[in-house]
Design a protein around this ligand. Structure first.
Ligand SMILES: [Fe+2]
Length: 165
């Protein structure tokens, strides 16, 4: 697949300067790109629902990890950020339900929504905590060593079947 065919192209602008978190965000982008290909290839509704489900599960796990990081770093805006996560999961839930009811007719609307949703999550709320960690002097190194080991185990367990390149 060439670069200009990629639905959501990752760029360094999305980095929060924490490798584990960047890796997970890129994985979310991978799942979204897999969804786009599924839609473009006219995969059936059940197949598309499976990818949406993977996106939801991975997002939930990712949010849990972020919340633990914010807690350990004693991030002052953690409660507001957790509320954002809750709202985003709710939106994802609604979308899965809408897709189950309406199927193919909402696929492109769904892709646009998810792209904006993911961009908002990364650029809107996540950049804030990474900037705050840098200001407060919290070192992410030790946390990352622990989280990276856990993340590898998690990725192995899921099999990452959506990975296509
Ligand atoms: Fe995030």
């Amino acid at each position: 697949m060439s670069d200009n065919e990629v639905f959501f192209k990752w760029s360094p602008d999305y980095s929060v300067n924490i490798k584990t978190i960047d890796d997970q965000h890129q994985e979310l982008v991978n799942i979204l790109n897999r969804l786009f290909i599924g839609v473009a290839m006219c995969e059936d509704d059940q197949f598309i629902a499976g990818i949406l489900d993977a996106l939801k599960n991975y997002t939930q796990t990712h949010f849990e990890l972020e919340e633990r990081l914010m807690q350990q770093a004693k991030y002052k805006d953690i409660e507001a950020h957790k509320l954002e996560h809750k709202k985003l999961i709710g939106q994802l839930d609604q979308l899965c339900k809408k897709h189950a009811l309406e199927g193919k007719s909402i696929q492109y609307e769904m892709l646009d929504f998810l792209k904006a949703w993911l961009q908002d999550h990364i650029l809107g709320v996540d950049k804030k905590y990474s900037a705050a960690f840098q200001q407060s002097g919290f070192s992410v190194d030790a946390w990352e060593r622990e989280a990276t080991a856990e993340f590898s185990a998690m990725a192995e367990k899921t099999g990452r079947w959506w990975k296509i390149w």
